[in-house]
Design a protein around this ligand. Structure first.
Ligand SMILES: NC(=O)c1ccc[n+]([C@@H]2O[C@H](COP(=O)([O-])OP(=O)(O)OC[C@H]3O[C@@H](n4cnc5c(N)ncnc54)[C@H](O)[C@@H]3O)[C@@H](O)[C@H]2O)c1
Length: 450
């Protein structure tokens, strides 16, 4: 099939590359021309395991192309996937500006392609993969119809929200738990079935379009709720002398609960959970429903993202405060195996530390460029390419992202490099015993301080 993917970010580039892998001819369109240039050189503009090799292979075998021109891309195509961003608007709702632009561009390209492909007389299938509120697919249809006017060009629509996770995007796309499809017609349903013929048919879950739109938000909200719930338990544990890790292990073995998304930490970040919880609450509110759970999930998370700063402040309360202190910070990405720093707890922490006139020596295996881009060059903020360099001369070390590289470092060496042996761990990476033996003062989440 000839397919088009609109938006070449984490979702679009993974979608395009994986669909090419299964033998389709795929054109990825991005409105950012510099990104298109980077992609044409075979470079992935962010870190995603195994994506780069797969992309280069597909390009070399002439199945994957990049352009900024929608009309060129859509010529002769059977389906196009909208994968552009849907960030939070200032009121917390989903900002559909990029989706609207893409929809109108699709319509204008369809109108401009006056030479129909004799091999392909079926109407174009427009698939919305971006995470969009209930009713947004209907808006996409309306925007396309408005641009098409009375041109007689036909199209059908499907909602196909994406569930991939950064860090395992390729595997999630090629071996999905399920594929959710809301289709407006038999033609759309058939085309979607053909596109996903690489996966087991029982994994294709068909439904109406509003339910498909809603499923994505419900899944993310459930996962975010589990995280905020465990952070709430951790905060209670700390105050009553219980250990949240013991709780988690026991809860995980309860088959009604299961073990995923039960880790307490310093708050969730990323491009999905924060914005999707807020957007769901927003469109629920617009429909006349005040979601108390979603409000609490978000508020607990906003509070949790301040917890490392509060712990550090408390540690230095009787030692002149944070001003002038050197803080080593391990982990900038919002989670391991990605370079994404959108809504990352590390950014909140760095901002607070710099406001308190502390100096930060930050390390991350992949996300330094993104952090620089997000925060700009800041006085008092230094990046290092080695975790030991970050610890050099530090008054405290704070762990924000649980990259594997931090799990088994030489703590004797870390301790010798630091000015004082103090660790604040936002991911409970180390055992209390190990830290005690290594002679560190150690504060973690939902566990007694050492
Ligand atoms: N990142 C994830 O883990 C993930 C997972 C599931 C779903 N989603 C959802 O998928 C969507 C995309 O997320 P992402 O993280 O890939 O975004 P992203 O910001 O990484 O990429 C979006 C891309 O779209 C391009 N773009 C914007 N407007 C365009 C237009 N009119 N025409 C062509 N290109 C355009 C941008 O230049 C950018 O390259 C969002 O709705 C998000 O919520 C993301």
């Amino acid at each position: 099939m000839k397919l088009v993917v609109i938006g070449s970010g984490y979702v679009g580039l993974t979608t395009g590359t994986c669909l090419a892998l299964f033998g389709n001819s795929v054109v990825c369109v991005d409105s950012d021309e510099s990104r298109v240039e980077t992609l044409r050189k075979g470079e992935v503009p962010f870190y995603e395991p195994s994506l780069s090799d797969m992309m280069k292979r597909n390009m070399a075998e002439n199945r994957l192309f990049f352009t900024a021109c929608m009309a060129e891309a859509l010529s002769g195509a059977e389906a196009c996937f909208i994968c552009v961003g849907t960030p939070s608007a200032t009121d917390g709702g989903a900002d559909l500006t990029y989706v609207e632009r893409a929809s109108r561009d699709i319509a204008n390209a369809l109108k401009a392609n006056t030479k129909p492909d004799p091999q392909n007389t079926e109407p174009m299938l427009v698939v919305v993969k971006s995470t969009v509120p209930v009713g947004a697919n209907a808006k996409v249809k309306k925007w396309i119809d408005e641009e098409l006017g009375g041109s007689g060009v036909e199209f059908v629509m499907a909602s196909n929200p994406e569930f991939l996770r950064e860090g395992s995007a390729v595997r999630d796309f090629t071996e999905p738990d399920r594929v959710v499809i809301g289709a407006d017609s038999e033609a759309a349903r058939e085309r979607m079935t053909a596109i996903y013929s690489y996966t087991e048919p029982e994994k294709l879950i068909f439904m109406d379009i509003p339910s498909a739109e809603m499923t994505k938000y419900a899944a993310n909200a459930m996962l975010a709720t589990r995280v905020s719930f465990m952070n709430e338990m951790a905060n209670i544990c700390e105050r009553v002398g219980a250990n949240v890790d013991s709780l988690r292990k026991a809860m995980a073995l309860d088959s009604r609960i299961g073990g995923k998304f039960l880790y307490a930490g310093c708050g969730y970040g990323g491009s999905c959970f924060p914005k999707d919880v807020r957007a769901l609450r927003d469109f629920a509110g617009a429909a006349g429903y005040d979601s108390l759970i979603l409000t609490a999930v978000d508020e607990v998370n906003v509070r949790q993202k301040k917890i490392l700063y509060e712990k550090l402040s408390a540690c230095f309360a009787e030692d002149g405060g944070l001003e002038g202190k050197v803080i080593a910070l391990w982990g900038l990405a919002f989670k391991p195996k990605t370079s994404d720093t959108r809504e990352a707890p590390a950014l909140t922490l760095i901002q607070s530390l710099l406001d308190a006139r502390a100096r930060v020596q930050a390390h991350d295996p992949r996300a330094i460029d993104e952090t620089r881009h997000a925060l700009g060059e800041r006085q008092g903020l230094l990046y290092t390419h080695d975790p030991y360099d970050a610890a050099n001369g530090a008054d405290a070390l704070v762990v924000v992202t649980e990259w594997d590289v931090y799990r088994q470092l030489d703590f004797e060496r870390v301790g010798k490099l630091m000015k004082s042996r103090l660790i604040v761990d936002g991911r409970n990476l180390y055992s209390l015993l190990e830290m005690k033996k290594a002679g560190f003062r150690y504060h973690s989440i939902g566990r007694t301080a050492v």
